[in-house]
Design a protein around this ligand. Structure first.
Ligand code: IMP
Length: 454
């Protein structure tokens, strides 16, 4: 059977920790979208591993699969695999032949276009994600399978590279180098293809996963990023270029929606909100220059709000894993969660970082929005409309900091009462039971109420 893990907010909900806890029971962990824009830290046997592409399960002797919905930078892939090998691990990573390849010109163009877009920039991770998905949709992409067939690779590059070069040089007026040189790209990527073949890493993803399921294996489908930065269901254009929502798990692996739907779809919720990137954020506290629209660090926002934001940012370690950028923070946005619960059909929730809010007198949530004079309970369809929404806050009594490791051991009833009230409110609003509660960064610091594989 499958279990699908989906971020219900803006990414960085702590999916890695949940994948870690539940992934123990899985035999295969497959990613279905995104690329090396997804930073996650895995702690295994006291060692910390920072990964951005390799599925975290690969650190724990699971088969890690990058599905056809992923965009794969072979340079990052091999760097991460080599780094794991140097530390004594033997990760088993498979890559879908249908997955698209991030080439150096994609990275270069990601940077160039972000600069050009100014106010419309999504604040991307500059890993070339968007330009690679663009080429996929434009039917001029290079796929992992093409790296294994040199003449196909050459043909693809000869068609696409002159267009990319012209775009960079003639439209954007930039100088180009190796990243736009057909011969250089051909040699480098042909070699990556040889290594993929030598190490037997490529698979026909859907067939591979279905065979494992038929043989009785448990599969975890790991979404990266989150629902509100989904290209279809997120805050367009401040989104990533793939579908982190649960539908992406079928399309991005080649398993049927009925196969995915027979298993649980678990929504990962961070107990507050954090965001890397630009665009509106109705429940934001304070601001981050360069990301919060119209925010000027010298003037700042309301000092009390700024203090709260700094507290949450520091307690929660809200600095990007990939980029190190400070993240924007805010209260939990419940209309955003209702939208996610519907778009993904959550069957269970994992609520993380409940410990981060401990010690505050009051904890607030955005319960609904006031939008053009009306009260609404879910996100409106356009980001401009969302920008006009004002959050109507609901206040909860705060909960104390306690020994969270002990709480994790003792179980749900050991969670401070006010925190339980908060959690039960979220579960009721989303009409989904709580499966797990994260009360600290380590995987032991999780209160598990339900195991989806049992
Ligand atoms: P891209 O995915 O690099 O194209 O970036 C597009 C948007 O998605 C930007 O706002 C990024 O900050 C955001 N984003 C991409 N990956 C992540 C992630 O793993 N966590 C949180 N935000 C992300």
């Amino acid at each position: 059977m499958t279990v699908t893990i989906v971020g219900s907010q803006l990414g960085d909900e702590g999916k890695g920790g949940v994948v870690d806890v539940y992934g123990d029971a899985a035999d295969v962990v497959a990613r279905y979208q995104g690329g090396d824009n997804a930073g996650h830290t895995v702690v295994h046997d006291g060692e910390k591993y920072k990964l951005s592409l390799v599925p975290s399960g690969a650190v724990r002797d699971k088969v890690g699969v990058l599905g056809n919905g992923c965009v794969v930078n072979p340079e990052t892939l091999f760097e991460e695999i080599d780094a794991l090998r140097e530390r004594g691990l033997e990760p088993d990573v498979r890559v879908a032949e249908r997955a698209h390849v991030i080439l150096p010109y994609h990275r270069a163009l990601d940077g160039i276009e972000e600069e050009e877009k100014a106010d419309l920039a999504a604040g991307t991770t500059k890993r070339g994600i968007g330009p690679t998905y663009e080429d996929k949709a434009g039917r001029r992409g290079v796929r992992i399978g093409d790296l294994l067939e040199p003449e196909v690779l050459r043909e693809r590059l000869e068609y696409v590279v002159p267009q990319k070069k012209a775009l960079a040089e003639e439209v954007f007026g930039k100088e180009t180098g190796e990243a736009f040189d057909i011969d250089h790209l051909y040699e480098t990527y042909r070699e990556y293809g040889e290594r993929l073949a030598e190490e037997g890493m490529t698979v026909d993803c859907g067939t591979f996963l279905q065979e494992r399921i038929d043989a009785g294996d448990d599969v975890m489908l790991e979404g990266a990023q989150g629902t509100s930065i989904d290209i279809d269901h997120g805050i367009y254009p401040y989104v990533t270029s793939s579908n982190p929502t649960a539908g992406g798990a079928a399309v991005g692996t080649g398993l049927g929606p009925t196969v995915v739907g027979r298993g649980d779809v678990i929504g990962i919720v961070k107990a507050y909100l954090s965001r890397v990137g630009t665009g509106p954020l109705p429940t934001e506290l304070g601001g981050v220059e360069g990301q919060t629209p119209g925010y000027d660090a010298d003037e700042g926002a309301d000092p009390e709000e700024e203090d709260l934001a700094t507290y949450i940012r520091d307690e929660g370690g809200e600095y990007g894993t990939v980029t190190g950028r400070p993240r924007r923070v805010g209260w939990l946005d419940v209309p955003m969660l209702r939208h996610a619960a519907r778009a993904n059909g959550f069957t269970g929730l994992a609520i993380n970082h409940v410990d981060v809010l401990a010690g505050l007198d009051e904890v607030k949530v955005g319960h609904s929005y006031e939008f053009d004079g009306e009260e609404i309970f879910t996100m409106p369809p356009t980001t401009e409309q969302w920008g006009r929404c004002e959050a109507t806050l609901k206040t909860f009594d705060g909960w104390p900091a306690v020994d969270w490791a002990e709480v994790a051991e003792e179980g749900y009833d050991a969670i401070p009462e006010n925190a339980r009230t908060y959690l039960e409110y979220v579960s009721e609003e989303l009409d989904a039971p709580i499966y797990a509660i994260g009360v600290g960064p380590g995987r032991e610091e999780t209160v598990v109420l339900e195991n989806p594989y049992e």
